[in-house]
Write a protein of this length. Structure first.
Lengths: 450, 600
C-alpha cells in the first residue's frame, strides 16, 4: 500500500481551559493525530475527555495552548478552510427554512445566485428532504434536522467532514440509516468529502464507521490507543469479526479505566487524598442494587446497555463504588465485595453506617473529620476544604470535587453543608471518630463477645 | 389558539369577512396612507429647513391636532431609528470587544440613570449653535431628547442577546466561513430580534412619556416650543383649557392605539419566526394588519415590480462585487476553489477590526476624560450648601420613588397573578394592558394633580401617585409574565395538597415570580426616578407648582440654565440610581438566580 497522504494533523498539543474561578484545567495533554486522505477516523472516549476539543482545534475554531496544528502540510492559523462540520445539536438557524440554512452557507462561499440554488436543490435531494425544503427546523424531528445539517456540510464541498457526536440526539432507528448514508456519501474516492473525522461515545457506531479508532482517556485527555479497523464494508453488526472488535475495544477500555491492580484507595500513598469520581451516591446505591439482583456480578458494558447510559458514565459509577470498596472489577466484570453484599442486604439506617465506615477508610474524609473536630465551632469554611483539595490535586476541578465530597458525606449523614453561609460542619448525632469500625452510633465501649 | 386570536383581532375589524383576505378598500386605504405619509414628510422637511422660530404659537383648535400629532409621531419615529442604529453599533461593539466592554457597559449604566433634562441644555445649546439660522437645530435637539428616553434598554437587550447566541450556532457560522457581516445579519441580529422588538415597544412608550419636556422647554430666559402634541398639551395646561387638554389626550390615545395595531402588533407577529425554543406551545402572536399586508394585491403587485427591477440591479451589483473581490484576491494570494475572501476573516479577531476598535476606544476615553474635566470645573462652582440640598432632596425623592414602587406592587402583584394564571384573562387583557402601558401617564398628570389637590393632597404626595402611574406597568407586565411561566405541576401539587389562599401565595406564587418581580422593580424604580423631573414640578396657569425633591431641583436648574447646580443634581441622581443598582438590585438578582430559579 502506498504511503497515505496526510490531510490535517496535530502534534503534541496541549489544551488548558481557564475556569471562571481562575483555575486552569488541562483538558488535553500531548495529543498527536493525523487524518489521512480517504479514511474515516473516530475519536472514542467518555464525555469530558477532550475529544470534541481535538475536533475544534483541527477545524481551527479554537487555538491550541501548545503544540503544532497543520493542514495540508502548512501550519494552521485561523479557520481550517477544508473542513465542513456537523454538530451534535444540529446548529441550524431556527429563523431560516431548511433551504435558507443551506443557501446562507453557500452564499458565504461567494457562489453566484444560480449556483447557490442549483447546489441547494442537489444536496436536499441527496439527503432525501425535497418535501421539507421550505420547513423551519422547529417543525422537524431530530433526524430530519441532522439530515439538513449533513446536507449543509456536503454542500460546501470540502475535503474534510467533521462530525461531533452527530447521532446522539437522533432516535436510534434514524441514526442507523444516517450512518450508512453518510458512508455512502464518503465512499466515492474521487469526490469530497475525502475523509471523515468523527467524535463518538458509542463503541458499535465507531466500529461500524471508522477505519481508525482513537481511544481517549480522561484526566487529562490523552490518546490511549489507536486501533486500525480493516473490516470489509459494508459492515455487518452481527458478524463474528465485528463483535470481536467491539469486544476487544471493551477490554482496552476496561483495562485502562478499571485496571485489575489494587483499588484506588489502597494505591494512593498513605496520607494522600484520593480523587473521587464525580458521581452522586444514589447512582452508586443503584449499581449495588442492580448487581445484587444479578447474583452479584455483571459485565460493565452490559450494565451500560441495560441502563441506557454512556459507558463512560457507568465506568465512573463503578470506579466510585470501587473506591468505597463496595465492588471489585476483575477484567470486565463488576463484582460485589463482601462489604457490598452486606450493604445491599442492609436496611436504610444500617446502610448509612456501612457507608460512613467506608468513607472513613478514605483519607479525604479522615482529614476533613479531623479538621472540623479541631475547630471549637465544629465547622469550617468551604474555602478551606477547597484549598485542601487544590493542594492534593491541582489539576482537578476543585468545585466539582467539593460537591462530590459533600454529596457522599451527606448520604452517610456525616457532614452537613450550608449553601448560604458556605460552611461545612459535622452532622448531629453522627458516629464521630469511630474510624474503620462498623458499629452504629454510638459505638459501645464494651461489647461482650459471647 | 391562533385561529381564535385571529377571530378576536381580525374579525372585530373585518366584520363578517374572513380574516384571511383583506377587504377591497384595504388597498385603497393603504395607497392613501402611503401618499399621506409622503406629503406629511415633505411638509416636515420644509419646516425643518425654514427660518428658526424658537417659540411657535400653538393653535388650540382641535383641527390643528392631527398635524401636531403627526409631527410628534415623526419625531418619535426618527428618534427610534436613531436609537436602533445606536443600539446595533454600540451593543455589537460592547459584546464583541472584551476590552471595550469593560468601559462601554458601565457608561451605558450611568447614561441610563440620567434624566432627559440632564441632557437638555447641552443638546440645545450645541445644536442651535450648529444650525443658527434654520429650525434644524431645535428639531434635532427635540428628537435627541426623545432618543435619550428610548435608547438605553434597547442597547442593553441587544448586547445581552449577542452574548447568548448558542455556541454551536456561532461555530457553524465560523466553520462555513460567514463574514462578520453575514454573521451579524443572519445569526446575531435574528437571534436578538425578539427581545429587541419587545424593548422597542417599551422604548417608544418611554419616549412619549417625556414628549412634553422634549417639545417645549425653557433654557434660562429663552423659551423654546416646537409644534407638536406635547407642546399642545403644555399650552392647553398653561391656559387651563380643559377641552383642549381632553383633545390632546384623545389624540395621544389614537396615536398609541394606531401605533400598536399598525406597527407593534405586526412587528411582534413577524418576529415570532425568530423564536429560538423548539416545538409549538405557547401563544403565537398574530396581527390582522400584517396578514392584510401580506395578502394585499397592491403590495404583491409592488413586490413583483420591485423584483423585476431589483433582480437585474442586484445581479449587476454582485457581478461588480465579485470582480472587485477577484481583483483583491489575486493581489493578496492565490485563489482557492470555492473559497473567497470571506475565508480570510477568521474568527480570531481581525487585526484591522481590532485596531479600529482600539482607536475608537481611545477616542472615547479621551472624550470622557475631557467631559470629566469639564464636569469637575462645573462642580467646583457648586456651594457646599447646594450639595447638602441635593442630599436632602435626594432622600425625599428616594422616599417617594420607594413608596411609588411599593404602592404599585401592592395592586399589580395580585392583579398580575390573577391575569397571568388564567390563560383566558391574559389573552384578552394583555393586548389592552400593552396599549394602556404605552399611553404616557404624564399627559394625565395635570388632571390627576388637580383632582388630588382638591382632595387636600399637596404635590409632595400626589407626585408619588404620578410616579406610580408611569411605572406600575413594568411591575404588572413582569408579574403576568412570571405567573404564566409557573410550571403546571407545581400548581397541581399545591392544589393536590390543599394549599390555598395566602399559604399558596407565600409558598408557591411569590417565590415562583420573584425573579420577574425583581426585574419589574428595577425597571419601575429607574422609571420613577426619571419621572420625578416631571412629577415634582409642573407649570399651570396659576404659575409653577413644585415640591421639594431632586427631580424638581433638576427641572429648576435646567430651566433657569444654572449649569453648576444642574450638573451637581444630575450627578447626585445618577450616583443614587447606580448605587442602588449595584448594591440592592444586584443582590436581589443573585438571590433570584439561585434560590428562586425554577428551571434547573
Amino acid at each position: 500500500m502506498a504511503q497515505p497522504t496526510p490531510l490535517c494533523e496535530v502534534k503534541d498539543i496541549v489544551q488548558d481551559f481557564r475556569r471562571p474561578s481562575g483555575q486552569t484545567l488541562r483538558v488535553l495533554d500531548g495529543v498527536s493525530l493525523t487524518v489521512n486522505e480517504h479514511e474515516v477516523v473516530a475519536l472514542l472516549g467518555p464525555s469530558g475527555c477532550g475529544k470534541s476539543t481535538v475536533l475544534r482545534i483541527l477545524a481551527g475554531l479554537i487555538p491550541a495552548t501548545a503544540g503544532s496544528v497543520s493542514n495540508q502540510g502548512a501550519p494552521l492559523t485561523g479557520r481550517n478552510e477544508d473542513v465542513a462540520m456537523v454538530f451534535q445539536s444540529f446548529a441550524l438557524y431556527p429563523w431560516m427554512t431548511a433551504r435558507e440554512n443551506i443557501e446562507a452557507v453557500l452564499r458565504a462561499q461567494g457562489l453566484s445566485e444560480d449556483k447557490v440554488k442549483e447546489r441547494t436543490d442537489q444536496v436536499i435531494k441527496v439527503v432525501g428532504l425535497t418535501g421539507f425544503a421550505n420547513s423551519h427546523p422547529r417543525e422537524m424531528s431530530g433526524g430530519m434536522k441532522q439530515r439538513i445539517g449533513i446536507a449543509r456540510a456536503i454542500s460546501v464541498d470540502r475535503k474534510l467532514l467533521f462530525m461531533d457526536e452527530p447521532f446522539s440526539q437522533v432516535d436510534a432507528l434514524t441514526a442507523e440509516s444516517l450512518r450508512s448514508e453518510v458512508l455512502d456519501l464518503w465512499a466515492p474516492v474521487d469526490r469530497n468529502p475525502s475523509s471523515i473525522l468523527m467524535v463518538s461515545h458509542d463503541i458499535k457506531e465507531v466500529v461500524y464507521m471508522a477505519d481508525r479508532i482513537v481511544i481517549f482517556g480522561t484526566n487529562p485527555g490523552r490518546i490511549r490507543k489507536i486501533i486500525d479497523n480493516h473490516l470489509p464494508r459494508p459492515r455487518d453488526y452481527r458478524s463474528p469479526e465485528f463483535l470481536q472488535l467491539v469486544d476487544h475495544i471493551h477490554d482496552i477500555i476496561t483495562g485502562m479505566e478499571l485496571p485489575d491492580a489494587a483499588p484506588l484507595a489502597a494505591a494512593t500513598p498513605a496520607g494522600e487524598i484520593e480523587q473521587l469520581p464525580p458521581v452522586i451516591p444514589s447512582e452508586i446505591v443503584g449499581l449495588i442494587e442492580y448487581l445484587e439482583a444479578r447474583r452479584g456480578q455483571e459485565d460493565v458494558f452490559r450494565i451500560a446497555t441495560d441502563t441506557a447510559r454512556e459507558f463512560g458514565e457507568i465506568i465512573s459509577v463503578v470506579k466510585a463504588a470501587e473506591v468505597l470498596d463496595l465492588v471489585d472489577t476483575p477484567k470486565r466484570l463488576v463484582v460485589l465485595t463482601a462489604e457490598g453484599r452486606k450493604f445491599a442486604k442492609a436496611l436504610a439506617e444500617e446502610r448509612r453506617s456501612i457507608w460512613r465506615s467506608c468513607l472513613m477508610s478514605l483519607q479525604i474524609f479522615k482529614t476533613l473529620h479531623a479538621m472540623i473536630s479541631r475547630q471549637p465551632t465544629h465547622e469550617i469554611d468551604r474555602e478551606i476544604v477547597e484549598e485542601t483539595i487544590i493542594l492534593a490535586m491541582p489539576h482537578e476541578d476543585y468545585a466539582r470535587q467539593f460537591m462530590t465530597i459533600i454529596a457522599w458525606a451527606r448520604y452517610g449523614n456525616m457532614l452537613s453543608y450550608d449553601e448560604t453561609t458556605e460552611k461545612v460542619s459535622l452532622s448531629e448525632g453522627n458516629g464521630t471518630g469511630n474510624g474503620g469500625s462498623h458499629g452504629s452510633t454510638p459505638a459501645p465501649t464494651v461489647t461482650p463477645s459471647a | 389558539m391562533v385561529a381564535r386570536l385571529k377571530r378576536i383581532w381580525g374579525g372585530a375589524l373585518a366584520g363578517e369577512r374572513s380574516s384571511q383576505k383583506p377587504p377591497g378598500w384595504f388597498d385603497f386605504l393603504l395607497l392613501i396612507g402611503v401618499f399621506g405619509l409622503f406629503y406629511g414628510l415633505f411638509h416636515i422637511a420644509g419646516q425643518w429647513s425654514s427660518v428658526m422660530r424658537a417659540k411657535v404659537e400653538i393653535d388650540l383648535s382641535p383641527w390643528m391636532l392631527p398635524w401636531y400629532t403627526f409631527q410628534s409621531l415623526m419625531r418619535g419615529i426618527f428618534a427610534y431609528v436613531l436609537s436602533l442604529i445606536f443600539t446595533l453599533i454600540y451593543g455589537y461593539w460592547a459584546a464583541k470587544d472584551a476590552r471595550a466592554e469593560r468601559i462601554l457597559v458601565p457608561i451605558l449604566d450611568i447614561l441610563q440613570s440620567i434624566p432627559v433634562l440632564g441632557f437638555m441644555p447641552g443638546l440645545v445649546l450645541a445644536l442651535v449653535a450648529l444650525f443658527p439660522t434654520s429650525n434644524t437645530g431645535l428639531e434635532l435637539a427635540a428628537v435627541l431628547m426623545i432618543f435619550t428616553s428610548q435608547v438605553w434598554n434597547m442597547t442593553f437587550s441587544f448586547y445581552r442577546s449577542i452574548q447568548t447566541v448558542p455556541r454551536e450556532q456561532q461555530e457553524a457560522a465560523q466553520v462555513f466561513g460567514f463574514t462578520w457581516l453575514q454573521k451579524f445579519g443572519r445569526v446575531e441580529v435574528p437571534f436578538a430580534t425578539l427581545g429587541l422588538v419587545w424593548n422597542s415597544m417599551m422604548s417608544m412608550a418611554g419616549g412619549w412619556f417625556f414628549l412634553t419636556v422634549s417639545e417645549s422647554f425653557t433654557l434660562g430666559d429663552q423659551d423654546f416650543r416646537l409644534p407638536g402634541l406635547g407642546s399642545y398639551m403644555q399650552a392647553a395646561t398653561a391656559q387651563e383649557n380643559t377641552a383642549a387638554q381632553i383633545y390632546a389626550i384623545i389624540a395621544m390615545m389614537v396615536m398609541v392605539v394606531s401605533l400598536d395595531q399598525l406597527l407593534w402588533r405586526p412587528m411582534v407577529a413577524w418576529a415570532q419566526k425568530f423564536r429560538v425554543e423548539e416545538g409549538g406551545g405557547g401563544e403565537v402572536a398574530s396581527s390582522w394588519f400584517l396578514e392584510w399586508l401580506q395578502r394585499s394585491h397592491l403590495l404583491s403587485r409592488a413586490q413583483s415590480v420591485a423584483f423585476w427591477v431589483g433582480r437585474p440591479c442586484a445581479r449587476f451589483a454582485r457581478t461588480v462585487g465579485r470582480q472587485l473581490k477577484g481583483l483583491r484576491r489575486s493581489m493578496v494570494r492565490p485563489a482557492f476553489p470555492l473559497a473567497d475572501d470571506a475565508a480570510a476573516s477568521n474568527s480570531r479577531s481581525h487585526p484591522v477590526a481590532s485596531a479600529f476598535s482600539l482607536c475608537m476606544l481611545i477616542a472615547l476615553v479621551v472624550l470622557m476624560a475631557w467631559g470629566a474635566v469639564e464636569l469637575m470645573r462645573l462642580l467646583r462652582q457648586v456651594h457646599l450648601q447646594t450639595w447638602e440640598e441635593i442630599a436632602a432632596s435626594g432622600g425625599i425623592t428616594f422616599a417617594r420613588v420607594f413608596t411609588a414602587v411599593v404602592l404599585g406592587t401592592l395592586w399589580t402583584l395580585p392583579a398580575g397573578l390573577i391575569i397571568g394564571l388564567s390563560p383566558r384573562l391574559s389573552r384578552i387583557l394583555q393586548p389592552i394592558i400593552q396599549i394602556a402601558a404605552s399611553f404616557p401617564a404624564s399627559m394625565l398628570f395635570v388632571i390627576v394633580v388637580g383632582a388630588l389637590y382638591s382632595c387636600g393632597l399637596p404635590l409632595g404626595f400626589s407626585s408619588i401617585v404620578l410616579m406610580m402611574l408611569g411605572t406600575q406597568w413594568y411591575i404588572l407586565f413582569n408579574v403576568i409574565a412570571g405567573a404564566m411561566t409557573i410550571p403546571a405541576d407545581l400548581r397541581e401539587a399545591a392544589r393536590a395538597y390543599g394549599i390555598v389562599g395566602f399559604q399558596r401565595f407565600r409558598i408557591l406564587y411569590f417565590p415562583a415570580i420573584f425573579p420577574y418581580l425583581v426585574t419589574g422593580w428595577v425597571t419601575a424604580m429607574g422609571g420613577a426616578w426619571n419621572a420625578s423631573i416631571v412629577a415634582e414640578l409642573m407649570t399651570t396657569k396659576a404659575g409653577e407648582l413644585s415640591t421639594v425633591g431632586l427631580g424638581a431641583m433638576i427641572s429648576k436648574a435646567a430651566t433657569s440654565s444654572d449649569m453648576p447646580t444642574l450638573a451637581a443634581s444630575v450627578v447626585g441622581m445618577s450616583f443614587i440610581v447606580v448605587g442602588i443598582n449595584r448594591t440592592v438590585w444586584r443582590r436581589l438578582y443573585r438571590i433570584s438566580e439561585t434560590t428562586y430559579c425554577i428551571d434547573k
